[in-house]
Design a protein around this ligand. Sequence first.
Ligand code: GLU
Length: 257
Amino acid sequence: MRIAIKVGSNVLTRADGTLDITRMSALVDQLADIRRAGIEVILVSSGAVASGRSEMHLPHSETEQMDSVEQRQLFSAVGQAKLMGRYVELFRDHGIHVGQVLTTKENFSTPRQNDNQRQCMQAMLAHGVLPIVNENDTVCVTELMFTDNDELSGLIARLMQCQALIILSNIDGLYDGSPSAPSSQLIREVSVGQDVSRFIAEERSSAGRGGMQSKCHIALEVAAAGIHVYIANGKREHILTDLLRQPSAIPFTHFQP
Ligand code: GLU
């Protein structure tokens, strides 16, 4: 069995924008546990831009001179290195090698490029290396960008023929109303082709680029390709191991393939 897990910036960063090492460490422990159960894991991790921004801590007078592309390039260059450094250390404690895959939308555009990426990750998995994928934010600008890492994770899940894609965000899943309203209910199951647009709020996440709209759009597409998709809360303790071992005990939204 092979699964792809996408972790959003909001899960990996604290309110002040710094990397939440405690959270990362807890997620890595669970990923190691999943691997020990014989499941292959591909991690799609955001957090580069957020971690670079908090690492550099540039004064407002400096950032206001830079356009958004320049900021993204600078912060992701610094932040991706920092993010990977953390992952290397945390996975090393479990005896797991990790490898970095930085990609662009263009890399999914031809069969040859798709094969190339697939072979790279196949080789990693065959040698027990856990691939950690992110967009190459330093060189992807404007129209060449993925909408967000939700889109990237959907492409990876399909490219690598995963049985499941788990999208971890800072919310339990899709609600039938505003997630903050007490009357709103979590939608447990969504079937292929189901129209969920009326449930989706327009607001976007503060740290990353995604939002529930893009998550549901991707989830429906990936499920239609025969892959189980789960949207769950990455800030919940033991979320990944519970999802695999005792799903009835925890909240999430499952998109049926
Ligand atoms: N690739 C971006 C990063 O690592 C995240 C994109 C997104 O928010 O989905 O910061």
